[in-house]
Design a protein around this ligand. Structure first.
Ligand code: ADP
Ligand code: MG
Length: 471
């Protein structure tokens, strides 16, 4: 009986929700409705509050900030008594987006959907802050950073530094390959610190700039002044410190500045492409000093992280990408996040210009050169190795002249895949197969093409091998 009542109540609530949604849809228009209200899931109603869940913090924050009042008043007109709404994140999402500005009440304009960092505009920066702020990028916040296993440690450490009352570890040293999010995390730290306490003096600069300023100070015999400038700093962030490798004088100055700042309780955050120990041309004492705090790396992205980033970016741009397109890009573009974003932006630009729907075909077309560059990573040797393993033949049979069928077909498959997956010409491929003539390779390619058309079992082998080799 109780259950029956409950179901009835739920059905009732859903009905009201549908009505409310329809009214909001009319008021806001299709695009805003689809982006923000449609994704909300009604969970339950507790006394006077409605509980929703959302898949991303972007949606949650936006709804809470901008649409809650209207939603409540429409709801109350259907059924009085509702006073507030609460939006929770779906907990079954494994890639979390992060929320740091939840308490913000600062409404954003409707056309500022792209990135969110509401407090920034309310800061009243001093002249020094102007310089800092102009160096920082509004898009690079913790909130816009997608966390996955390759970067979760670095993310947690950065957040800790940003939110701590006292210096938790000094320095925080972030390292990792190009385009994996080091600069992003440093910017995010700066935003949080400035938002929490606009009076704290945060200095963010590239190591190149540090070096340049130091050299300039040396030339104009103004090193005292240079040092003075760093005196009052609360947080010093130097990006890409590998740039001061080999620059002894700058390193020296850096070392002293560093020590003086640490002694004064200033938080230091550094980034580099390698760990302190692996930085070449860096003085030993500096290396060891750099490693005193917390050294944490950002690993190359995984497929899941890439997909998470793509989904987040697509959402931010309010563009509906077919799932298979995002999956395809995440599979294909593995070098770094910057390239991943570049690919996505290119598709967005293309769609906006041409006004056509995004499909897998159009994606492949638009990204042709990027995809080729990423494919270059596959070598003929990789192909020969995987194909021999797959057909259980010896690697040496790839180069031999043996004509038995058990080795001829695998060898032809390897030749075919070499043409498909690398940028090499027929003669170059021939050379890599024990000096075979280019006509042999052409023949092999044609033969396999023909077998594929006959939907021979070989097509399954090739599909499998291609995916093993590509991802
Ligand atoms: P690095 O400084 O390590 O070379 P960046 O911080 O400049 O890399 O990152 C390159 C681009 O990729 C930036 O646009 C950044 O916002 C984006 N990016 C990197 N990692 C992530 C992530 N985990 N989530 C969202 N965007 C990311
Ligand atoms: Mg960087």
């Amino acid at each position: 009986m109780k259950k029956h009542n409950k179901n009835e109540k739920e059905a009732n609530n859903l009905e009201i929700w549908t009505k409310v949604k329809n009214r909001l849809r009319k008021e806001l228009g299709e695009t805003l409705y689809r982006s923000w209200l449609k994704p909300l899931k009604l969970k339950k109603i507790n006394n006077n509050s409605i509980i929703f869940s959302a898949e991303t913090s972007l949606i949650r924050d936006r709804v809470e900030r901008q649409y809650s009042e209207r939603l409540i008043s429409i709801w109350a007109s259907e059924k009085p008594g509702i006073k507030k709404i609460e939006v929770f994140l779906d907990d079954n999402k494994n890639l979390k987006k992060n929320n740091i500005n939840k308490s913000s009440q600062n409404p954003l304009e409707a056309n500022q959907v792209y990135y969110k960092n509401p407090e920034i505009s309310s800061l009243r920066p001093s002249k020094e802050d102007d310089i800092l702020m102009s160096l920082l990028d509004k898009k690079l916040t913790f909130e816009n950073f997608v966390v996955g296993s390759p970067n979760e440690l670095a993310f947690a450490a950065a957040k800790r530094v940003a939110e701590a009352e006292f210096v938790p570890f000094n320095p925080l040293f972030l390292y990792g390959g190009v385009g994996l999010g080091k600069t992003h995390l440093m910017n995010a730290i700066a935003w949080v610190i400035k938002n929490k306490n606009p009076n704290r003096k945060v200095v963010y600069m590239s190591a190149e700039k540090f070096m340049y300023q130091f050299i300039k100070a040396l030339r104009s015999k103004d090193v005292m002044n240079f040092k003075q400038e760093f005196r009052s700093v609360d947080v010093l962030m130097i990006d890409d410190v590998q740039f001061i490798s080999g620059k002894e004088h700058t390193q020296d100055e850096f070392f002293h500045t560093f020590n003086a700042l640490v002694d004064r309780g200033c938080q230091i955050v550094l980034s580099a492409d390698k760990s302190p120990n692996d930085l070449e041309g860096m003085e030993e004492r500096l290396k060891s000093r750099l490693g005193w705090g917390l050294v944490t790396d950002i690993q190359p992205t995984t497929y899941e992280l890439r997909l998470g980033i793509l989904q987040s970016r697509a959402e931010i741009a309010c563009i509906n990408f077919p799932k298979e397109v995002l999956e395809f890009i995440a599979q294909k573009i593995k070098s770094n996040v910057r390239e991943l974003e570049g690919a996505l932006n290119r598709i967005i630009a293309h769609t906006t210009l041409v006004g056509k729907e995004i499909t897998l075909e159009s994606t492949i077309d638009v990204l042709a050169d990027i995809l080729r560059a990423n494919n270059k990573l596959i070598t003929i040797e990789d192909i020969q190795k995987k194909v021999s393993e797959h057909f259980s033949i010896k690697m040496s049979d790839m180069f031999s002249a043996r004509r038995s069928k058990s080795v001829v077909i695998p060898r032809q498959v390897a030749m075919y895949l070499s043409k498909e997956l690398t940028n090499l010409s027929y003669p170059e491929i021939g050379r890599n197969f024990g000096g075979k003539d280019h006509t042999t390779i052409i023949h092999a390619s044609k033969k396999i093409d023909k077998l594929l058309n006959e939907s021979n079992s070989i097509s399954e082998d090739i599909r499998l091998l291609k995916s093993i080799l590509s991802y």
